[in-house]
Design a binder for this molecule. Structure first.
Ligand SMILES: Cc1ncc(C[n+]2csc(CCOP(=O)(O)OP(=O)(O)O)c2C)c(N)n1
Ligand SMILES: CC(=O)[C@@H](O)[C@H](O)COP(=O)(O)O
Ligand SMILES: [Mg+2]
Length: 614
């Protein structure tokens, strides 16, 4: 019988003898590797914190105590240990477990998450609520070294240190973000790891910790004294936290001893734990970048199933490099997503013109704005969902000053298995109301190339939003990129019965729908809107001369999006307009194909809607 078989919740875990915990960790890793090999997911980060997750649940009493995971992509062991073992096989599938902690999924998930660096603020919020209500529970935030680079984490730290709340922050330092670590914080943490003094301190901690009961005790006072000697001006200490560490994150029993002692401390403590990303699965340990967010893979060989088709990300990446060869003012900015945005290739070609700013989307945008003011041509590549963090920077630092920053907004629209925290559902809505911005969306790969060239030549802030995954396979790279007329749509098909106004990847869906309608003798016009801002009012007027029936299609929230804007204009001219887009709710996780079908982004459902209108 496996040790894991006896675990249904953290209370069962506490009944185990400590010597069984190592086997348990091994079994949990097997369970995670097996499931992720089939469903895809965040393998390397989750494997790295299996031991830490066991130790935390062994010592603390969740759900009474609040365990708060940062980003939440590392929470798989936590899920297995907290009543979701039998459902774990469903993770990231539609109606199955979420890939991230979710309050609505389990009482053990204290705070829902998916975006980084919220955990310290969330822990402090719980602490404030607990103290105001005179309640008594512990709060543990687990934050990665990458997530610690974000301004939000520092805002939480400085506020928590000031309020002196009883809370524990565990800094899970695997010396990796999604890709290699970058930035001064990473450098600072590395110093703490390598300092011989720090190692000495860990030995001292382990020697004395068994006699240590909080910082009020004689041993505790000693630890504090030694620490101040070892780390004068130590950053976390200056922020008001007691810093403990660095300690080994794969020695479960040591971790338990340390956590048991820290449990009684009443002031903010930061425990610095060293882990290995991908721990326990050789291919992930060797290449944690590849196994950060991985698709299906073969466990034995570590080979990852890969599609052959070319993604929009790759087209963007190749085109940017192509254009940067002849324009040495082009610079590229990413907020810790070099591989995901395709800028890793740019960094190899133009290391001096490439900036990975860490998990700092707001900073990335302001930084790019000032580079534009300084005469460069910045291209800021950010996922739609993470750009939500930078709305004020876009308004205040870019648009208001009309600075020519190009935003390459990847993963716009549905993203599939990552679900509600990650769908790029809102960018058209939140960009729609910002003056000076040009917003465009390519219907195929060639158009993305042309839009990038257009944006870089526009001398105005431009956004190009494109979806996750592959395009339609339009002939690529045969022609040099050309400059498009800003604000001009293209009419691809002329029909008298109904008109489809389509955005981005759904131009193709509408063309297919019009093919299907032709079989029923219905003639549909298809317009590739290309520019959502400025809107091509002239083409809309032209289409009004042919028909009074319109369907808009966009993979964005209907509220505040393209359809609503167009509808306001067309309805005032007596037209009937139906809008296809995302409803006013957070969209669940599931495969892209499934979600697109469910929310009506197929030729068949467009045809159905058209027939209802005719
Ligand atoms: C606001 C935001 N930006 C970017 C991301 C994408 N992202 C997810 S995990 C991650 C790296 C996190 O590094 P770290 O906290 O060290 O965790 P590790 O993966 O190393 O376990 C990034 C950049 C995100 N989830 N949220
Ligand atoms: C947790 C997180 O935010 C990222 O790892 C994200 O899931 C990556 O998405 P892609 O796999 O689409 O790059
Ligand atoms: Mg890390």
């Amino acid at each position: 019988m496996k040790v894991l078989d006896s675990i249904n919740n953290p209370q069962d875990l506490k009944k185990l003898k400590k010597e069984n915990l190592i086997d348990l960790a091994k079994e949990i890793r097997e369970e995670i590797i097996n499931t992720v090999s089939k469903n895809g997911g965040h393998l390397a980060s989750s494997l790295g914190v299996v031991d830490l997750s066991i130790a935390i649940h062994y010592v603390f009493d969740s759900p009474h105590d609040k365990i708060i995971w940062d980003v939440g992509h590392q929470s798989y062991a936590h899920k297995i240990l907290t009543g979701r073992k039998s459902k774990f096989k469903t993770i990231r599938t539609h109606s199955g477990l979420s890939g991230f902690p979710k309050r609505s999924e389990s009482e053990y998930d204290a705070f829902s998450v998916g975006h980084s660096s919220t955990s310290i603020s969330a822990a402090l919020g719980f602490a404030a609520a607990r103290d105001l209500k005179n309640e008594d529970y512990k709060i543990v935030a687990v934050i990665g070294d990458g997530s610690m680079t974000c301004g939000l984490a520092f805002e939480g730290l400085q506020n928590a240190g000031h309020l002196k709340k009883n809370m524990l922050v565990i800094l899970n330092d695997n010396e990796m973000f999604i890709s290699q670590k970058v930035g001064a914080v990473a450098g600072y943490l590395a110093k703490l790891l390598t300092a011989g003094m720090a190692r000495k301190f860990e030995e001292k901690v382990m020697k004395t910790v068994s006699r240590f009961h909080g910082f009020g005790s004689p041993v505790g006072k000693f630890i504090k004294r030694v620490k101040v000697m070892l780390f004068p001006g130590m950053f976390f200490e200056e922020m008001g936290f007691t810093y403990i560490g660095p300690v080994q994150g794969h020695n479960i029993n040591n971790l338990i001893v340390i956590l048991e002692n820290l449990k009684d401390v009443k002031t903010p403590v930061l425990l610095h734990v060293i882990t290995k990303k991908g721990k326990g699965y050789a291919p992930a340990e060797e290449d944690p970048v590849k196994f950060h967010s991985v698709g299906k893979f073969d466990i034995k060989s570590g080979r990852i199933a890969k599609g052959e088709a070319i993604t929009y990300t790759k087209v963007f990446s190749d085109t940017l490099i192509e254009l940067a060869q002849s324009d040495d003012k082009i610079v590229a900015v990413t907020a810790a997503m070099p591989e995901g945005t395709g800028l890793d290739k740019f960094s190899e070609k133009f290391p001096d013109r490439y900036f990975d700013v860490g998990i700092a989307e707001g900073h990335a945008v302001t930084f790019a704005a000032a580079m534009a003011a300084g005469g460069m041509h910045p291209v800021c590549a950010i996922y739609s969902t993470f750009m939500q963090r930078a709305i004020d920077n876009i308004i205040h630092d870019v648009a208001l000053q009309n600075l020519p920053v190009v935003f390459a907004v990847d993963r716009a629209g549905l993203v599939g298995e990552d679900g509600g925290t990650h769908h790029g559902a809102f960018d058209l809505s939140y960009l729609n109301y910002i003056p000076n911005l040009v917003v465009m969306s390519p219907s195929d790969e060639n158009e993305l190339r042309n839009m990038l060239k257009t944006a870089l030549n526009s001398n105005t802030p431009c956004v190009i939003r494109y979806p996750k995954g592959t395009g339609i396979g339009a002939a690529l790279y045969k022609l040099p990129c050309c400059i498009l007329q800003i604000g001009k749509a293209t009419v691809l098909r002329q029909g008298r019965d109904i008109c489809f106004l389509a955005v981005g990847n759904h131009v193709e869906t509408c063309l297919k729908a019009s093919d299907l309608l032709l079989e029923r003798n219905v003639n549909a016009s298809v317009v590739n809107m290309r520019f959502l801002k400025p809107l091509d009012i002239n083409t809309l007027k032209e289409m009004l001369l042919k028909t009074r029936k319109f369907i808009t299609v966009e993979e964005n929230a209907l509220t505040g999006g393209f359809g609503e804007t167009v509808k306001a204009f067309l309805c005032s001219s007596g037209a009937v307009v139906e809008c296809i887009g995302l409803p006013d709710k957070f969209i669940e996780h599931g495969s892209l194909r499934f979600l697109r079908e469910k929310y009506g982004f197929t030729p068949e459902s467009i045809v159905e809607k058209a027939l209802q209108m005719l």
